[in-house]
Design a protein around this ligand. Structure first.
Ligand code: ZN
Length: 133
């Protein structure tokens, strides 16, 4: 079956870091993202949450931000691992099959993710940064 990319409602980038060694690097990246892009920055998670095996914060963004933000992350991830996944209403597939990784790929806990969710339940992106889209 060929999927239409219109199925993608939005994207997440998850920025992984080590609270003991790379939190500062992650903090600088967070500031740089906030200055440059209209995205919704999530809270710091120094303790693993959901499918994520390590500390991270989430950057949620609209489809039209992808073409600028993802190349920027490619060039500026400063050694950190970044998971980029679409939100299509199939959370398990979105993380385990449809994702792309910058840097070292880490094993996600797929069992923590529902197979499907109603598309209407995918939260709209509410930018909370100063950056212009
Ligand atoms: Zn996510």
């Amino acid at each position: 079956m060929i999927a239409d990319s219109a199925a993608i409602a939005s994207y997440h980038a998850h920025i992984y870091y080590d609270p003991a060694t790379t939190r500062e690097v992650a903090a600088r990246m967070r500031e740089n993202i906030a200055e440059r892009f209209a995205v919704q920055l999530g809270r710091w998670h120094d303790v693993p949450v959901g499918p994520h095996p390590g500390a991270m914060y989430q950057v949620a963004f609209d489809v039209q931000v992808f073409a600028r933000l993802v190349p920027w992350l490619m060039l500026n991830r400063a050694g950190l691992t970044v998971l980029v996944h679409p939100n299509t209403g199939r959370p398990r597939d979105d993380h385990l099959i449809h994702a792309l990784w910058l840097g070292e790929k880490v094993a996600l806990k797929g069992e923590a993710l529902p197979e499907s969710e109603p598309r209407a339940d995918i939260p709209a992106i509410v930018p909370n940064t100063a950056g212009a889209a």
